[in-house]
Design a protein around this ligand. Structure first.
Ligand code: UD1
Length: 421
């Protein structure tokens, strides 16, 4: 196992290239199951999670080619299976994304229930209820979801109690091959869903309401393969913005989309960072002290829960109090105990964390507990005095392409090393 060692306190300077979005790549890869033929996906990030979903597809007979720095080409012509096994699903909840396309194309599918996860119960009831509305029979057997249909899925109305990102994506994919129209109400509006809508549109399915909470899908009998680029990763972008906020310096993030980060950019202005937005770039600099501000996580365009931990790390070194309210997941404060090890003063009260900024964090040994919690430890470690050693970094590798290399290139003293046995 490897760990990350950071000697904090060095300002960051230079350019960082943002990779394709993990949370867009996963549904777009799943969508290639909808129809045979070679699909071409550009800007796919090479991450543990994208490799996991490719392993899942490969186990079903999908062929793929992926040259270094080239597009990912996928062909699901010769499917020999329709099952996503527990072994792979337990390592990545988003594996549930194969359920909608498989059942729509093959008429039946078997996907393991994801089980618990570090940031809460995260049920999949919305996915299953939605598929049932389109005519699927769903049974739960031995920890697996068995979904089947007689003939073809039928369009219908699907309403989400809470906007669910992967739930909306699963229903969009299933509905694209259904007979008739499907209306998704209270749909999630995250930019990654827009990317999937664009892919399904290129594949030949008409979809109205892109970017809104009501999507109308005009299902078709057959789809065709598509060629499309994955959008830039807004969570990676946000993490590096906060890394510069924490460490100081001036960095230009390139190949990103500032329009996908409305809430964070607003908050970082209020915190006192200098931010200059271009069409596909953001220049960020810290020229003075940080002012603590409150946030509440919300579905897009609200403040993303996936940036809450990193924002908390930044607030732990700012001036004053910040109240951080987590609205999306019930157990998403796992990073608090680790940030406290670095000297942060954080008090948890139910779904809120009250952060009192301290003058300086101090390096310590900490443990990554989930993907975004790990990123918050990197943000904190870049500012902390002395060495911060982060173990269990496989969490980070699920979602950040070349994080160590990208930060080292802009001057951070950060390296990976083998964990002593
Ligand atoms: C996606 C993202 C994840 C992000 C999250 C919220 C991917 C691959 N993952 O996860 O990074 O943190 O959105 O922005 O895109 N819920 C239910 N029943 C369901 C589904 C969801 O109760 O069937 C609840 C969840 O517990 C949560 C809320 O709905 O409270 C939103 O979750 P959801 O948007 O579904 O998260 P994911 O799609 O799993």
């Amino acid at each position: 196992m490897e760990r990350i060692v950071i000697e904090g306190g060095r300002g960051l300077r230079g350019d960082i290239q943002i990779s394709g979005a993990k949370n867009a790549a996963l549904p777009l890869i799943a969508a290639t199951l909808l129809t045979p033929g070679w699909h071409t996906l550009h800007n796919v990030p090479n991450l543990r999670d994208t490799r996991t979903i490719m392993a899942l597809l490969e186990a079903m007979g999908v062929r793929w080619e992926w040259a270094p720095d080239g597009p990912l080409r996928i062909n699901s012509e010769h499917l020999v299976g329709n099952e996503a096994s527990y072994d792979l699903v337990k390592t990545m909840r988003a594996s549930i994304l194969v359920l909608g396309p498989l059942v729509a194309r093959l008429g039946c599918a078997r996907v393991s229930l994801p089980g618990g996860c570090a940031i809460g119960a995260r049920p999949i009831d919305f996915h299953l209820r939605g598929l049932a509305r389109l005519g699927c029979t769903i049974a739960l057997n031995d920890g697996y979801v068995d979904a089947k249909i007689d003939g073809r899925l039928r369009g219908g109305t699907v309403y989400f109690d809470i906007p669910s990102v992967t739930g909306t994506e699963n229903i969009l994919m299933a509905a694209s091959l259904a007979k008739g129209d499907t209306v998704i109400k209270n749909a999630a509006r995250e930019p990654e869903i827009g990317n999937l809508v664009d892919m399904l549109t290129l594949m030949g399915c008409g979809i109205e309401g892109r970017g809104t909470d009501t999507l109308v899908v005009h299902g078709v009998r057959e789809l065709r393969p598509a060629e499309i680029a994955i959008i830039p990763d807004r969570i990676e972008t946000g993490t590096y913005l906060m890394a510069v906020g924490a460490a100081g310096g001036e960095v230009v993030l390139r190949n990103c989309n500032p329009k996908h980060l409305p809430a964070l950019l607003e908050k970082l202005h209020a915190v006192g960072l200098d931010i200059e937005v271009g069409e596909t770039s953001i220049r960020v600099a810290r020229r003075g002290p940080l002012r603590n501000v409150d946030i509440t996580t919300m579905p897009f365009p609200g403040f993303p829960t996936d940036l809450q931990a990193q924002f908390m790390a930044l607030m732990s070194m700012g001036n004053g109090l910040a109240v951080i309210h987590e609205n999306i997941f019930e157990n998403r404060f796992m990073h608090v105990a680790e940030l406290r090890r670095l000297g942060a003063e954080i008090h948890i009260d139910g779904h809120s964390a009250i952060v009192t900024g301290v003058e300086r964090l101090r390096g310590a040994q900490v443990m990554a507990t989930d993907l975004r919690a790990s990123a918050s430890l990197v943000v904190a470690g870049l500012a902390a005095e002395g060495s911060t050693i982060i173990s269990r970094i496989y969490h980070l590798e699920r979602g950040y392409a070349n994080l160590v290399e990208k930060l080292a290139k802009v001057g951070a003293a950060i390296r990976k090393e083998k964990e002593p046995s």
